[in-house]
Design a protein around this ligand. Structure first.
Ligand code: HEM
Length: 531
């Protein structure tokens, strides 16, 4: 017969008896964790069951609100190692940010990967962009690079973001995700055609979180010692693990047996010492409007062509440590686009500016007003503010030697002083009317066509078949609008979607006739000649 402690040993969980005895959160020993206190052993229970009430009421509050987007995620710790160069040049020519300057300099990082639309425990095989958020704990405080796997986005104006997410998330009545609602929005947002082309191709289902690229998507700036700026886009390129995407069928096959495959893949790779690595590259452009381009460089629905704006490596990132506790580190992690260090700046990209308000706003609600005091979010650098109070304040941010009575600035009584400005301030000049207007160089379809033509034949086939399947449930006016957009991008693209829908017989469902289907194909062909 087995001894008692042998019976309780299970492989990965290990340990068995720790020797420590159970307490409640007041530090009182818990001597009976099996029975509530009752009058007689059949009840009723009594109200002064302090340990029970504490245990159950804490349990009742175990969940915090999930992220309004990117709710499902996985995270890991690691480091960023600078090459001390940007391409062949010194980073100092372009940015004074300290983390890039010295070859071999390491900065600790925490990364959270995610899907976008699904809820906290949703499947990781979804056709969806993937979040790629990196927190650099630099000597100058934190820098968050909050990106996605794809290099562009659906929209360019932040005012449209809540509507877009409402259309992509489940229907408010049925709680079912509905491609018709999604394409209703997208068909009236022509700037989304490029992103839709990526998302419905195999690039819309990365095989896992390790084998995908990352991108900051929005345009940022680098600022040097003299206060001069260049426009910058950031990209993460997977190193040894490479890139891998899934076909719809492959994804369905995985989903049939595993809804956590990407989290599991990342956790197990790190546990087995197979640490994933990415190279950080930047694309650079002078800080001007660039009228010679057929797109606006600040438009996040556009790629900056790599031939004109080469990818310049600046360092690599290695993820080598799993979180010790999912909730503390991954769920409570808070990233935001406003979190920049000296030498990095915002561009005038409107989407970026809208995002920058949204992140810390939602985190004060989701995690709490003192979310920056949690270890995963606080910088390694000393924090010294005059902020105080708020729910769950854990400590006061006083500096050594600070007069604790002086929680204001300016003061002559031993309070905190403003930091010294290092390097010249970047001072962009503005002279324009205050307006509500779309940008001039929208070019909503040109790059969508380039992207379609850049796909391999099997990727194009997947794209067409995935679009046809999703559009099949949409009303004809939505299908027709989408065909029009695809045709403007590339004649062959629009024609294949139209033919696919016709062949599937779905354009003649209750709302339309086969005559209308024929007209849509004809219309697509006509538009193609004009495009
Ligand atoms: C998460 C807003 C566009 C990448 C979030 C969250 C909000 C938000 C409110 C939840 C944050 C939290 O609860 O901690 C917005 C708005 C956008 C926008 C208003 C446009 C106006 C984008 C774009 C990207 C992106 C263009 C990609 C470059 C992410 C990522 C996360 C996230 C990766 C998850 C961060 C994490 O892992 O905690 N976004 N977003 N978002 N967003 Fe955005």
């Amino acid at each position: 017969m087995k001894k008692k402690d042998e019976e309780h040993h299970t492989e990965p969980l290990g340990t068995g008896e720790s020797g420590e005895s159970l307490t409640n959160r007041q530090g009182h020993p818990v001597t009976d964790n099996q029975n509530v206190r009752t009058v007689g052993n059949r009840g009723p229970t009594t109200l002064e069951n302090y340990d029970f009430l504490e245990k159950i009421s804490h349990f009742d509050r175990e969940r915090i609100p999930e992220r309004v987007v990117h709710a499902r995620g996985a995270g890991a710790h690691g480091y960023f190692e600078a090459y001390g160069k940007v391409g062949d040049e010194s980073p100092a020519l372009y940015t004074r940010a300290k983390l890039f300057q010295e070859k071999g300099k390491r900065t600790p990082v925490f990364v959270r990967f995610s899907t976008v639309v699904g809820a906290r425990e949703s499947t990781e095989t979804a056709r969806d962009p993937r979040g790629f958020a990196v927190k650099f704990y630099t000597e100058d405080g934190n820098w968050d690079l909050v990106g996605n796997n794809l290099k562009i986005f659906f929209i360019r104006d932040p005012l449209k973001f809540p509507d877009m997410i409402h259309a992509f998330k489940p229907d408010p009545v049925t709680n079912i995700q509905d491609p018709e609602r999604m394409f209703d929005f997208v068909s009236q947002s022509p700037e989304a055609t490029h992103m839709i082309t990526f998302v419905f191709s195999p690039w819309g289902i990365p095989a896992n979180y390790r084998q995908m690229q990352g991108s900051g998507v929005n345009t940022y700036k680098w600022v040097n010692e003299k206060g001069e700026a260049v426009l910058i886009k950031y990209h993460w390129e997977p190193l040894k693990q490479g890139i891998k995407n899934l076909t719809q069928k492959e994804a369905e096959h995985i989903q049939a047996t595993n809804t956590n495959h990407a989290t599991q893949d990342l956790f197990e790779a790190i546990e087995n010492g197979d640490y994933p690595e990415w190279e950080l590259c930047v694309q650079m452009m002078s800080d001007e409007e660039h009228p010679e381009l057929d797109f606006d460089p600040l438009d996040p629905t556009k790629l900056w062509p790599a031939e004109q704006f080469p990818f310049l490596p600046v360092g690599k990132m290695v993820l080598n440590k799993n979180p010790e506790n999912y909730f503390n580190e991954v769920e409570q992690a808070a990233f935001g686009t406003g979190v920049l260090v000296d030498g990095l700046d915002f561009s005038d990209d409107k989407l970026l500016q809208g995002r920058t308000f949204s992140y810390s706003d939602t985190q004060r609600y989701r995690v709490g007003s003192n979310y920056l005091q949690l270890p995963i979010n606080s910088p390694e650098k000393r924090v010294a503010t005059n902020q105080q109070g708020g729910q769950m304040e854990y400590h006061v941010d006083t500096a050594p030697g600070q007069n604790p009575h002086t929680n204001y600035e300016p003061s002559s009584l031993g309070g905190l002083k403003e930091a010294e400005q290092i390097g010249d301030v970047h001072k962009p000049h503005y002279d324009d009317k205050l307006v509500r207007e779309p940008i001039d160089r929208q070019n909503n379809f040109g790059q969508a066509g380039d992207t379609y033509r850049s796909f391999e034949p099997w990727e194009q086939e997947e794209l067409i078949s995935n679009l046809v399947e999703a559009l099949s449930v949409c009303q004809p006016h939505i299908q027709e609008k989408m065909i029009e957009h695809f045709t403007k991008a590339d004649e062959d693209y629009g024609r294949r979607v139209a033919e696919g829908l016709k062949a599937a017989g779905t354009m003649s469902k209750e709302h339309t006739s086969s005559k209308q289907a024929d007209e849509a194909v004809d219309e697509a062909q006509k538009l193609g000649h004009k495009a």
